[in-house]
Design a protein around this ligand. Structure first.
Ligand code: GDP
Ligand code: MG
Length: 442
């Protein structure tokens, strides 16, 4: 589906000079599908599409770009803007101890994130950190926080299931003050569904603690439901930030968009593993690509506009599709296009992980070296030889090898590779770039 979307995208990149109602429709349909597949909530998708359309319509397309490219860049920017541009760190600008209150459903990752944050604040911000659990409903939850707090190298304030969360919090803040802690992280109970009692309890904690940060912890795998959870917590608490957990899972992380739109709070961190160091500062730009399911295709498209002759690339793409008349000129053009995009390594970097995983791990250095050598050989041929590689018999090969400073075997190898690629192109119908790269690298 990914490559389908990609090739559809490329198809919309042809020849029109401005973005119009009609050429924008198809493209926006793709974006809409991508967002829905990524589990962005429908009302959020509608708003988003409307904004993009608004920005795109009537926009002039500069000569070197196509409407498709311009639209991709508008979509990318709008996605990143919706999820919050730049990075917003934890706010600690208060008289210590700064209190951070963790809110969210059961299983969202509050306890895990509490410890991750403790470690982050100790290591990156050089703070003295205390944690406390107000989760008195599940005895194991308090023990869990104790264990992970130790791993984080922070101090844990004891609590027991027979205490009231309010009393626990009051004692913890008192202790934090007396012992000059910079930060108090307050882990709380969560229910499986939104629950009035739980909401009342956490509101009470908020009133008592005056936290500088009230973080809404939400599971990225929650998908469409995230919007309702976010609404409920937003109504109960003045949220200051969001932590999106389990982004290491296979969700496309569309929840980020929904949650951000509903809460208005910045997404500050992403949870990327169960381990204590599995916390990353949230990067909206990177996440935008993931939500669209295009990896950094956008970067690739931008690379295209920088280095590549778009028209030549399109001609070549046509030939690749039809597999006809693919001569050594095309082969050479192919190589030089790749080089302009930062070589094979750069190209691989710019493609979504799912695609590169399929292609395996080619030996990049070797591939790049081969590429340069192949270019040298083709450059030593006459135009006629390039158009009709069948002419290349022993004598001509010898001349070419001498001209390029290589052995005749190298010329033979190049011709083999050319033939393989030509045959492969006959077989494949688009989306075969990976296969080709694998062939060249392997
Ligand atoms: P809580 O009920 O909100 O306190 O949730 P927990 O912190 O106990 O986490 C619930 C489960 O999710 C645990 O098994 C965690 O190890 C796991 N978990 C939390 N955050 C992440 C994350 O970012 N990635 C992964 N893979 N698992 C996570
Ligand atoms: Mg917990």
């Amino acid at each position: 589906a990914l490559t389908d979307r990609l090739s559809r995208l490329v198809k919309t990149m042809r020849g029109q000079a401005r973005i119009t109602e009609s050429n924008v429709q198809d493209m926006l349909r793709e974006v809409r599908m991508a967002l829905l597949e990524a589990d962005v909530a429908l009302p959020v998708v509608r708003d988003f599409i409307a904004r993009v359309k608004d920005k795109a319509l009537g926009q002039e397309v500069v000569a070197s770009l196509t409407p498709g490219q311009v639209l991709v860049s508008i979509v990318q920017k709008e996605l990143a803007a919706t999820m919050g541009e730049g990075v917003s760190d934890i706010n600690l600008a208060v008289q210590p101890p700064a209190v951070i209150l963790m809110a969210g459903l059961q299983g969202a990752g509050k306890t895990t994130t509490t410890a991750k944050l403790a470690k982050y604040l100790i290591e990156k911000r050089k703070k003295k950190v205390l944690t406390v659990s107000g989760d008195v409903y599940r005895p194991a939850a308090i023990e869990q926080l104790k264990t992970v707090t130790k791993q984080a190298g922070a101090e844990w304030f004891p609590s027991t299931p027979d205490q009231k969360p309010h009393d626990i919090a009051a004692a913890a803040i008192d202790y934090a003050r007396k012992h000059y802690f910079d930060v108090l992280l307050v882990d709380t109970a969560g229910r499986l569904a939104i629950d009035e009692l739980l909401m009342a309890e956490i509101k009470d904690l908020h009133a008592l603690l005056h936290p500088v940060e009230t973080l809404f912890v939400v599971d990225a795998m929650q998908g469409q439901d995230a919007i309702n959870t976010a609404k409920a917590f937003k109504e109960a608490l003045p949220l200051t930030g969001v932590v999106l957990t389990k982004l290491d899972g296979d969700s496309r992380g569309g929840a980020a968009l929904s949650v951000r739109q509903v809460t208005g709070a910045p997404i500050k961190f992403a949870g990327v593993s169960e381990k204590i160091d599995g916390l990353e500062v949230f990067d909206a730009d990177r996440h935008a690509g993931r939500v669209l399911g295009m990896g950094d295709i956008v970067a690739l498209v931008e690379g295209v506009t920088k280095g590549l002759d778009v028209e030549a690339a399109q001609k070549l793409a046509e030939k690749m599709r039809s597999g006809t008349d693919f001569d050594l000129n095309d082969f050479l053009a192919q190589l030089s296009q790749m080089k302009k995009m930062g070589g094979l390594a750069g190209l691989m970097d710019n493609l979504p992980a799912e695609m590169t995983a399929k292609a395996g791990k080619p030996d990049m250095d070797k591939a790049e070296r081969d590429m340069r050598r192949m270019e040298g050989i083709i450059n030593s041929m006459t135009p006629l030889e390039r158009r009709k590689p069948d002419l290349l018999k022993a004598k001509r090969k010898f001349r070419i090898a001498k001209g390029a400073g290589v052995q005749v075997q190298d010329v033979n190898r190049l011709l083999n590779q050319y033939e393989q690629m030509r045959d492969m192109m006959k077989k494949m119908k688009g989306g075969g770039l990976m296969k080709m790269m694998k062939q060249m690298g392997g």
